[in-house]
Design a protein around this ligand. Sequence first.
Ligand SMILES: NC(=O)c1ccc[n+]([C@@H]2O[C@H](COP(=O)([O-])OP(=O)(O)OC[C@H]3O[C@@H](n4cnc5c(N)ncnc54)[C@H](O)[C@@H]3O)[C@@H](O)[C@H]2O)c1
Length: 214
Amino acid sequence: MKFPKISEAVVRRLPMYLRFLNELAKSDVQTVSSQDLGRRLDLNPAQIRKDLAYFGEFGKKGIGYDVGYLVEKIRGILKLDQEIRVALVGAGNLGQALCNYNAYLKDNMRISAVFDANPNRIGDRINQLSVQPMEELVRTVREQHVRIGIITVPATEAQRVADQFVEAGVEGIMNFAPAIIKVPSQIRVHYADFTIELQSLAYYLNRGETEEEE
Ligand SMILES: NC(=O)c1ccc[n+]([C@@H]2O[C@H](COP(=O)([O-])OP(=O)(O)OC[C@H]3O[C@@H](n4cnc5c(N)ncnc54)[C@H](O)[C@@H]3O)[C@@H](O)[C@H]2O)c1
């Protein structure tokens, strides 16, 4: 099914809706209003209605949204209704933590292969995955139809790994290394950076005091 092109801000809110809606579904809650969603997610209900209206009229006035239906719709929009395989390169501290978290990932999204350049790590088992040598990356990614690559290597190595993922044919890269990587325009890169988040959070500390001084 084709959906209209939606803004990045909306795409980023959809997983938040989905997480809460999944909780409601687990507790057998069948309908939810945009007010309830707004209260729980600290978002404006009008914003929520606008976001969800992108995909057709799901809500019924006075009753709200059908939780099960909305879960299925959002899963479809985010393509979580299909299996999406993910491969990770860099089986160090962070890479191992992410692989161990793998068991908790939902919605058909799983790390299905892990690679490292260090010969001492090859064959190590991390949460049921065996660390493979880099020489096997292109073949494995193609065979397993991996669509997303995760990079958890040192910054100096990130571009090299990105190039290998591109060669193997992934469609998206999640880069945890503190380095900007260059890839062809059809490949989407998302960055996750703990340090940048913390440093930008620091700006907001003692804000009250600073404002009083002015
Ligand atoms: N984004 C975040 O929030 C966040 C948090 C912590 C660390 N990091 C970054 O994640 C990366 C990994 O950190 P770490 O603490 O796990 O490091 P680590 O040294 O424990 O692990 C890095 C792994 O990458 C492997 N490696 C190195 N070069 C490689 C290459 N060319 N191909 C394949 N494997 C290669 C190493 O053998 C090692 O196993 C670093 O870039 C670090 O700055 C990001």
